[in-house]
Ligand binder design. Structure first.
Ligand code: FAD
Length: 474
């Protein structure tokens, strides 16, 4: 094996592995280095997303949703299921199988596309050289025309709640509980906290989410956030805003959490498990030699321009380790852009149209600007909203919670944003993302024929409502 490559990628999460595949597809000799190991010490690809993020969390969300349906929701359909029980170890086993299948799939894709897959640690040296230490400790230096850094992110730890991987866990530990905790605390009611809180809530945990911010889902459209909060409250998620955790004390098999509530009063609450979900930070430990020429910004992200180029010539960085939303699909698109740029193409990522989803039930999804943002930008706009309660398919499926909100420019009618809480919101919002990519107006969507009865009709009706003439507006 020659040690000279056109492209060396460090990190095989959704940003790195996609960059490697695309580069190889374009005829570039490519290697991808990955240091993740499974429980048996074997190298695995896929990064956070496949191993401890998107995929395992969705596997558990799906299992817990099925349990919830069988336990509570089927009755209304006249289906009796008898005594429904949950076997948590079996549920985890299934999740692990899903993860194995997906990360193994990357190995297959690497092979098919002739990407050299290297397990071990990569470190960028000066002059586009990469020090590679394999999992047996053997060191070599790879030379590359281009290096793509895709080292991802890790959970933020807070001193007031140190993770002990037993009673106090981070998002990774919350995917591994072997039994349903009776009382579950979650610090942080963001996307990951809500998803993991939902999993265990559906399986029977009493879940309390302690959130320091005054507004629920503060960066989301606030009308949709409020609607979502109401739905989650109905489901039994106890979301406490303006609550700042000041300390934790593990006492045997439980933890006492101290926090100040919205009135500034000190409160104490005891939980059987506590998940710390206060965000993620870029991971660059051991990645860069002192003379690599790559700069970090003040928050520790690798500094890049809009094209994901770092300060060092021929060195690029993509995914969670650079600015922008920490989302798998954002990283993958950056990976494609960089690979194609290296091959001489002029690809760009449209950072204005990146869908964002919370995979609770119902799902919450958005694309484009919120009403708060367009208002702050001084842009004239129209809003159309439409509730799932008035959508036949949603009522038939007993999925009538939630709504679609469409925001369009008041003069050009171009769609500025769409925000949804409701059934299949992740797929519905994608329809609007495609429309926005093509510069569509709300009227364009309103004039499109939608199949009946579908959840999608709520998107059409919201678009019509933005122009003042929804048909089925109650
Ligand atoms: P990562 O996936 O973090 O991969 C980086 C890889 O680089 C890792 O495998 C790491 O081992 C490797 N690495 C680091 N340094 C080195 C080195 N020096 N040498 C070799 N290898 C190295 N996003 C979504 O879009 N949708 C979701 O539904 C979603 N759900 C999530 C649920 C949870 C519980 C969590 C924690 C995250 C979720 N995310 C989701 C976020 C998503 O996982 C990340 O945005 C995504 O994984 C980032 O991809 P990445 O390739 O930049 O980094």
């Amino acid at each position: 094996m020659s040690d000279k490559y056109d492209v060396v990628v460090i990190g095989s999460g959704p940003a790195g592995y996609v960059a490697a595949i695309r580069a190889a597809q374009l005829g570039l000799k490519t290697a991808c280095i990955e240091k993740w190991k499974d429980k048996n010490g074997k190298g695995v690809n896929g990064g956070t997303c496949l191993n401890v993020g998107c995929i395992p969390s969705k596997a558990l969300l799906d299992s817990s949703h099925k349990f919830h349906d069988a336990h509570k929701a089927f009755e209304g359909h006249g289906i009796s299921t008898g005594g429904v029980t949950i076997d948590v170890p079996a549920m985890l086993e299934r999740k692990n199988k899903v993860v194995k299948q997906m990360s193994g799939g990357i190995g297959g894709l690497f092979q098919a596309n002739k990407v050299t897959s290297l397990y071990g640690t990569g470190k960028l040296l000066a002059g586009r050289k990469v020090e590679y230490v394999d999992n047996d400790g053997n060191k070599s230096v790879l030379e590359a025309e281009n290096v793509i850094l895709a080292s991802g992110s890790v959970p933020v730890n807070i001193p007031v709640a140190p993770v002990d991987n037993n009673i106090i866990v981070d998002s990774t530990g919350a995917l591994e509980f072997t039994e349903v905790p009776k009382r579950l605390g979650v610090i942080g009611a963001g996307v990951i906290g809500l998803e993991l809180g939902s999993v265990w809530n559906r399986l029977g945990s009493e879940v309390v989410l302690l959130e320091a911010m005054d507004n629920f889902l503060a960066i989301m459209d606030q009308q949709i956030a409020k609607e979502t909060q109401k739905i989650f409250k109905k489901q039994g998620l106890d979301i406490r805003l303006s609550c700042r955790v000041t300390g934790t004390e593990v006492k045997g098999e439980e933890v006492e959490v101290t926090y100040t509530d919205k009135d500034g009063n000190e409160q104490k609450q005891t939980f059987d498990k506590l998940i710390v979900c206060v965000g993620r930070r870029p991971f660059t430990e051991g990645l860069l030699s002192g003379d690599s020429g790559v700069n970090l910004d003040e928050r520790g992200f690798i500094y890049v321009n809009d094209l994901c180029s770092t300060n060092a010539p021929g060195v690029w960085a993509v995914g969670d380790v650079v600015r922008g939303p920490m989302l798998a699909h954002k990283g993958s698109e950056e990976g494609v852009m960089v690979a194609e740029r290296i091959a001489g193409q002029k690809t760009l990522v449209n950072y204005d149209i990146i869908p964002n989803v919370i995979y609770t039930h119902p799902e919450v999804a958005s694309v484009g600007k919120t009403e708060e943002q367009v208002k702050a930008d001084g842009v004239p706009y129209n809003v159309g909203t439409f509730p799932f309660l008035a959508i036949g398919r949603a009522v038939a499926a007993d999925e009538q919670d939630g709504m679609v909100k469409m925001i369009a420019h008041a003069e050009t009618d171009r769609i500025l944003g769409c925000h949804i809480v409701g059934p299949s919101a992740s797929d519905l919002v994608q329809q609007v993302a495609i429309a926005m990519e093509f510069g569509s107006t709300a009227e364009d969507i309103g004039m499109t024929v939608f199949g009946h009865p579908t959840f999608s009709e709520a998107v059409k009706e919201a678009a019509l409502a933005a122009n003042g003439h929804a048909i089925h507006m109650p």
